[in-house]
Design a protein around this ligand. Structure first.
Ligand code: SAH
Length: 217
């Protein structure tokens, strides 16, 4: 029988802590969340590898280190209302839901949203709401959000997301050309917006009204 806990402990030690990420709450949470339940059937054995994996619909579950890096950048204390754009498998949603008060997550592909909902329900995570729609316009109904996380690559920061970010607030988003981005951290404080980049990354495109065009054909 596979010892998933051992695989998770190794994942955190050799892929995340070894790269210098030391946020103990993030590390502890990633030791807990069963990542193998978020990948497609038959791929469970690869779930703890040091890479992204396909989840269908040409989308991917992000590499464990990237999930850790983005989650740490959000600097969650447990009190926050978080907006996530790009639910995908729901894995990062699960990680964040354990470190924040409430998560609102938007996914444009209905089949992925439905599957993510089922997995999150199985795990008994009740502080997550999922909307099927275009996340480039945010989720106005519950704004403002203390934190916003976008898990798909965008040509620029969508204006609606800046507007729906609370003050103080932190927004994390991969920004750049279609295949290569910089992980951008946007902080709002006393009405002032500050930005810095945390390094290169490669995400699937953010597709919608205020990002890349919907693929045709
Ligand atoms: N955090 C997810 C990453 C999924 S990949 C995981 O680890 O599983 C990015 C996701 O963003 C894909 O599921 C894609 O369908 C979704 N996406 C792309 N553009 C979007 C948009 N405008 N609104 C909402 N979701 C979007």
């Amino acid at each position: 029988m596979t010892d998933w806990e051992d695989l998770r402990r190794d994942m955190v030690e050799f892929q995340i802590a070894a790269r210098g990420l030391s946020d103990s709450r993030v590390l502890a949470t990633m030791r807990e969340v069963p990542r193998h339940l978020f990948v497609g059937r038959g791929m469970e054995a690869s779930a703890y590898g040091d890479h992204a994996l396909p989840i269908g619909e040409e989308q991917t579950i992000s590499q464990p280190y990237m999930v850790a890096l983005m989650t740490a950048a959000l600097r969650l204390t447990g009190q926050e209302k978080v907006l996530e754009i790009g639910t995908g498998s729901g894995y990062q949603t699960a990680v964040i839901s354990k470190l924040a008060d409430r998560v609102f997550s938007v996914e444009r592909i209905e089949t992925l949203a439905t599957r993510a909902r089922e997995t999150l329900d199985t795990l008994g995570l009740t502080n997550i709401s999922i909307l099927v729609g275009d996340g480039t316009i945010g989720w106005k109904e519950f704004a403002p959000y203390d934190r916003i996380l976008v898990t798909a690559g965008s040509p620029a920061v969508p204006i609606s997301l800046i507007e729906q970010l609370a003050d103080p607030g932190i927004l994390v988003i991969p920004v750049g050309p279609r295949k290569m981005q910089q992980l951008r951290i946007v902080e709002k404080r006393d009405g002032i917006i500050e930005k810095h980049d945390e390094g290169g990354c490669a995400f699937v495109p953010l597709v919608g009204k205020d990002a890349w065009e919907v693929p045709t054909g």
